[in-house]
Ligand binder design. Structure first.
Ligand code: SAM
Ligand code: SF4
Length: 432
């Protein structure tokens, strides 16, 4: 979501003459769009400001803006800890960025803008074209969360659940496709909780997917991140009816133990999760699932961890993420006794080894097969291209004739854990 927000911040600031530079020393302004989900992400912000300070010590002081969830959660503390910051903007206030910069330039007074204002933000953003023209683009449809998992800061930093107006999203999708986008990834902290009502009509994520499925030049649709509780029958049926909807779903479970799921306040158990996956596979047997896992949650015993490993083997997850529990200020879990960190690290390594093995086995299945790839770009100074399979796996391949945005069949000749490699030759390939 920060990638989407960063692009929109760029769209907004380009209207007051700002341009991107890839040469650090040339910059007059740094905007750090930050994440507060784990402590490590937060600390990175201070490290980066430290580097900017050092680089500009002998020259000018650039304008330093911190936006995003760290600005929201730690605003007062940040201004005290790092006086080099000039402007702080929360994730629901960034539509005001240009006015704030102009005001700062006039008055030279530090600004702290962290109001919760999701409705106003999207109404304002609607007036500024989304200039994104990559082949694959994010599109935020929903923000915030009302679920209050005990480990998570999102309900406090992004605020309550808010769904953007249906028509506003559809217009933005058409705009993106007109710019050359061929894949749209619908985004939300709880994307499948999307729910918008107007004139007695109710729109859900499935209504949106069905609408986007009709956009002529759009080739692929994805959505993330979903909560298991919100995987409705209607959404599941989209995986049968909508040919542009890709057969991979990021559906975090966090833990395979019912005891831990209860302590996390996840509002679903292991059986509910398994039955949801069964329903998905019943409508499309090719669906694959990825997940997030939190290891070392307060109270996680060896048995709970083993139940997580067992679930991983049962489901055979692909492309998953795993983290050691990071206590976040203000959340209920932060008040609990921490697990032994060394033991948690050992568990994380064990779990990641299993996930890596599954990923490798999954990639091995592609060997000597043709698979459908959406081409995203040509690699610099090489006759090689980059694209992704339906399941998001990155593919690097040689081709004698192809263009970004095309869907082609690539023959896979080798693989590693993260990538597939192959070739594409016009007139010689058959669909898998
Ligand atoms: N809404 C999604 C869901 O319900 O699963 C998750 C969104 S959350 C922004 C992204 C991921 O960060 C979570 O799935 C979780 O695994 C991880 N995460 C969140 N808080 C964490 C914490 N305190 N410590 C470690 N990982 C955390
Ligand atoms: Fe955080 Fe997801 Fe739980 Fe909401 S549902 S509190 S975003 S982990």
């Amino acid at each position: 979501m920060n990638e989407y927000d960063s692009n929109r911040i760029y769209d907004l600031t380009s209207r007051i003459g700002f341009k991107k530079t890839y040469v650090k020393e040339e910059a007059d302004c740094f905007i750090l769009n930050t994440c507060h989900i784990r402590e490590k992400a937060t600390e990175k912000v201070y490290d980066e400001i430290g580097r900017i300070k050092k680089d500009f010590k002998k020259t000018k002081k650039p304008l330093v803006i911190v936006s995003g969830c760290v600005a929201q959660a730690e605003s007062e503390e940040m201004m005290k800890r790092e006086p080099y910051i000039d402007i702080l903007i929360g994730p629901q206030s960034y539509h005001k960025i240009s006015d704030l910069i102009l005001s700062y330039n006039r008055k030279k007074q530090k600004i702290n803008e962290t109001k919760f204002d999701a409705v106003n933000k999207f109404d304002e953003l609607e007036k500024v074209s989304n200039l994104q023209n990559k082949i694959s683009s994010y599109l935020t449809i929903q923000e915030g969360c009302d679920k209050f998992c005990h480990f998570c800061v999102v309900p406090y930093t992004r605020g309550p659940e808010y769904s953007r107006p249906f028509k506003q999203i559809v217009n933005e999708a058409y705009n993106l496709v007109d710019n050359g986008v061929r894949e749209i990834i619908l985004l939300g902290q709880n994307v499948n909780a999307y729910n918008f009502s107007k004139s007695n009509k109710n729109f859900t994520l499935s209504s949106l997917i069905r609408e986007l499925n009709n956009i002529k030049n759009l080739k692929r649709i994805r959505y993330m991140t979903s909560h298991p509780k919100d995987m409705t029958e209607d959404l599941i049926s989209c995986h049968k009816d909508c040919e542009k909807l890709m057969p991979i779903i990021h559906l975090p479970i966090q833990s395979g133990s019912d005891k831990i799921l209860r302590l996390m306040n996840r509002k679903h158990d292991r059986n509910f999760y398994l039955s949801t996956i069964k329903k998905l596979k019943n409508v499309n047997k090719n669906i694959k699932i990825s997940s997030d896992f939190i290891i070392g949650y307060p109270g996680e015993a060896k048995k709970d961890f083993e139940e997580t490993l067992d679930l991983i083997q049962k489901i055979g997850f692909v492309n998953s993420y795993s983290f050691i529990f990071s206590p976040r200020p203000g959340t209920p879990a932060a008040r609990k006794k921490l697990n032994n960190l060394l033991e948690s690290k050992k568990r994380l390594i064990k779990l990641q080894n299993i996930l890596e093995k599954l990923q490798l086995e999954n990639n091995k299945n592609y060997l000597h097969q043709y698979c459908e790839v959406l081409i995203e770009n040509k690699l610099e100074n090489q006759e090689k291209y980059f694209g992704r399979t339906k399941y998001m796996s990155p593919v690097i391949f040689d081709s004698n004739n192809c263009n970004p945005g095309e869907l082609i069949n690539v023959k896979i000749t080798s693989f590693n854990q993260n990538n597939l490699f192959g070739f594409h030759k016009v007139n010689k390939v058959q669909a898998a």
